[in-house]
Design a binder for this molecule. Structure first.
Ligand SMILES: C[S@@+](CC[C@H](N)C(=O)[O-])C[C@H]1O[C@@H](n2cnc3c(N)ncnc32)[C@H](O)[C@@H]1O
Length: 299
């Protein structure tokens, strides 16, 4: 089925997508109180990437706290906020896991932490003086205790699907849910590097499938999903592909232009993507070793 999207730069409830070039705060200020079901974002990490200036931690935190306060204002009572972050690295190579830092800000806003999801992936810089970083985290908060959680929409295959209980009152019945299991809080999803089908010029774009799982579990069709740091539009795509409305902003003209192109591709059903649930490639044993290890002769 072809998508036909009403895309505008100024927010209106009837827009399918609101996509604004510029700082996210003016966009957030256009949104009514408690109008957003889900906020999913990956903020700048204060690493000095092309789109940011590395700043003192206090100044970075103050700006983020300001934006988070607006996010909390627009979040519905049954809504969720997912903040995806990695590490900030100091000049002398010490790391600061940003989720530790951010948690205090969210807790001060009265949000309730539901999961700290570990996103595990294979590609990235090869460290020489520590283990290479191969995970980031997603902090999932809700505004209240009554919130949307559509577990059935995101179940994954059971490891042993036909396994039955061999004793007890359930003897002979399936021991797990035949519709699949809860995906857990460690998600192995390839990051967008090199040959990933979704790769654009953005240095830190996240994969559509990562956001799709959050959109499906934490919102319903017709709900509004917002990404204040929208980059090349990944959150917008994950939202509209599943019948949600979406809004986002980015300060970089080039990224907003790419987000528009990707939305147009989604409308024409030509968007390149790695579908949710695609199995992870597992190389055959020892195939990654150029120098094969001789079998040990030690006893
Ligand atoms: C980690 S990237 C997000 C990438 C995005 N998740 C994607 O998949 O494309 C952070 C983005 O925030 C943007 N940005 C930085 N400060 C901003 C601000 N004050 N308002 C809006 N966007 C901002 C940057 O240009 C960058 O694209």
């Amino acid at each position: 089925m072809m998508l036909k999207l009403r895309i505008r730069a100024r927010y209106a409830c009837k827009n399918d997508v609101t996509l604004k070039l510029g700082d996210c705060r003016p966009l957030l200020r256009q949104l009514p109180d408690e109008s957003v079901k889900l906020i999913v974002t990956s903020p700048p990490y204060n690493l000095g990437k092309a789109y940011e200036q590395k700043r003192k931690l206090d100044s970075y935190t103050a700006e983020q706290a300001d934006i988070i306060a607006e996010c909390v204002r627009v979040l519905r009572k049954d809504g969720s906020l997912c903040w995806q972050v990695g590490n900030c690295v100091s000049l002398r190579g010490q790391i600061l896991p940003l989720d530790i830092h951010f948690h205090r800000i969210f807790a001060d806003c009265g949000l309730h932490l539901r999961n700290r999801i570990v996103w595990q992936f294979e590609h990235g810089l090869h460290a020489r003086r520590r283990f290479s970083g191969r995970h980031e985290t997603i902090l999932w908060y809700t505004k209240g205790d009554s919130y949307t959680f559509n577990l059935d929409a995101v179940r994954v295959p059971q490891k042993y699907p036909g396994k039955k209980a061999y004793k007890g009152p359930g003897k002979g019945r399936y021991s797990g849910n035949p519709n699949g299991k809860n995906p857990g809080d460690v998600w192995a999803i390839p990051n967008v590097k090199a040959n990933h089908p979704e790769k654009t010029v953005h240095p830190c774009q996240f994969p559509i499938e990562l956001v799709e799982r959050l959109v499906l579990a934490l919102s319903d069709p017709g709900d509004l999903v917002v990404d204040p740091f929208v980059g090349v539009g990944t959150t917008l795509l994950a939202a509209v592909l599943h019948g949600r409305r979406a809004a986002g902003a980015d300060i970089m003209k080039e990224y907003v232009a790419i987000a528009r192109q990707r939305l147009a591709q989604a409308e024409r059903a030509t968007l390149k993507r790695r579908p949710l649930g695609t199995p992870i490639y597992i190389p055959p044993p020892n195939s990654g070793l150029l120098i094969r290890r001789a079998p040990s002769t030690e006893r």
